[in-house]
Design a protein around this ligand. Sequence first.
Ligand SMILES: C[S@@+](CC[C@H](N)C(=O)[O-])C[C@H]1O[C@@H](n2cnc3c(N)ncnc32)[C@H](O)[C@@H]1O
Length: 279
Amino acid sequence: MVKITQEEHDLFCQYIQALSGIHLDGSKAYLLETRLASLLEQERCTCFAELYHKAKHLGGETLRQKIIDRISTNETLFFRDKRPFELLQHKIIPDLIDARKAASSGFFPTPIRIWSAACSTGQEIYSVAIVLRELLQDLNGYRIQLLGTDLSNTAIARASRGEYNQFEIKRGLSEDTLKKHFTFNGNAWKINDDIRAMVSFKKTNLMLPFDGLGKFDIVFCRNVGVYFNMTDRKKLFSNISRAMEKDGYLIIGATESLINVDPQYEPRRYLRSVFYQLK
Ligand SMILES: C[S@@+](CC[C@H](N)C(=O)[O-])C[C@H]1O[C@@H](n2cnc3c(N)ncnc32)[C@H](O)[C@@H]1O
């Protein structure tokens, strides 16, 4: 296998951080080497410096995407960490509906906009859709918009297909939920059309301005900020604050915290769950 030099490693780290915010430290040389090895071969490059040059100056968006796809971690599962979805069901959605109904005097469908800000292959936002579908039963009284975004084209394409293999299905879905909301097509389990129709997907880089997405009542931004350095993490959550309604809700990963990241957010607790709101 072609070895990466320290200089090449540093060049790639800076490049990947500029493209995606993903921060790779000096101890991860093996990661770059192993994850980019097959791409090096595909692109017929003899060393990492050549691949870097090709990506930066010649390769265009396709090669850059391939690098990001190999470096980013797309690990996800249905109903990951469970509690955020219980929180959604028992606290956030009921409170939100009360607040929106009070504000609109009940004449119009209640708007609910939810964003999964690094949705990977879609399990997070489909889990949200399943909670809403089961909780609200008749969706006619609501104008629901669920959006999943990710930097990876491959992840977005998979999320959009809504098809999952046996291994992915086994992670987080009960038998009952599987039977109710998925259909086996002989090859994979496909999310049913009523759930699929509630969600749209869009490629979005969280390191670039995303004002065009509008404002959301609830934002899930889980397990992505952990890959950024503190400067980029601060930028991310500051940008997210502008994409939230004033009384909106932010849910971050189980191992993450906004303490020392962004003072605009107030942590709130419900049973054993934490969510954030703007002060
Ligand atoms: C570990 S997954 C988290 C998926 C899901 N939120 C969860 O918690 O299960 C991290 C995702 O962040 C995406 N990502 C990394 N950098 C990004 C960026 N700058 N903009 C948008 N998405 C990014 C990756 O492509 C990957 O799909």
